[in-house]
Write a protein that binds this ligand. Structure first.
Ligand code: FMN
Length: 166
């Protein structure tokens, strides 16, 4: 594949970052049943019938093997009050789950406590695309609460404010 030399990667990243997203921690278990979690904002809904969602993981992530091996993942949508979890799971510290409250869901995968929503998925398809791997998952169970959703835009954490419409 050729690269357009006109495109400046750092600037493209800034342009893409203007698109506001929520923040999730995607969790799974590795082959030794250790809990794995990565902060992810590439989450997106794809299909309602059947229910399919999508997220992407950079190919160089040390967690690729775990997500491939388990064939399952949980999307934990973070609440405004969980910025600390976003930072924790975006870091490369060992045992990210120390002092993090969670319960076991389908397949024993970690469901993080006090999230806005969670989607328990079985990997439906894995697609390599450039420097990332797309994981499409079929939602087997989900839950939601009325908490405020954490938002990420232009490299900053934000909270949403409703705009009244007529
Ligand atoms: C708000 C936010 C969103 C992120 N979204 C993604 C993503 O969609 N895909 C990805 O591979 N990394 C994403 N990252 C980076 C990973 O969280 C980070 O590289 C990873 O958790 C580092 O931990 P590791 O060494 O265990 O892989 C994001 C980071 C932040 C702060």
């Amino acid at each position: 594949m050729t690269t357009n030399s006109e495109i400046n990667t750092a600037d493209l990243r800034k342009a893409l970052g203007t698109f506001a997203t929520g923040v999730t921690v995607v969790t799974t278990l590795d082959k030794d049943k250790n809990q794995i979690g990565v902060t992810v904002n590439s989450f997106s809904s794809v299909s309602l019938e059947p229910p399919i969602v999508l997220w992407s993981l950079k190919k160089t992530s040390p967690n690729v093997e775990a997500f491939d091996h388990s064939g399952r993942f949980v999307i934990n949508v973070l609440a405004r009050a969980q910025v600390n979890l976003s930072q924790r799971f975006a870091s490369s510290i060992k045992n990210k789950f120390n002092s993090v409250g969670f319960r076991e869901g389908l397949g024993g995968l970690p469901l993080i406590e006090n999230c806005v929503a969670s989607f328990q998925c079985k990997t439906y398809r894995r697609i390599e695309a450039g420097d990332h791997i797309l994981y499409l998952g079929e939602v087997e169970e989900y839950s939601r609460t009325d908490q405020e959703t954490l938002i990420f835009c232009k490299g900053k954490y934000m909270c949403g404010q409703e705009i009244e419409t007529v």
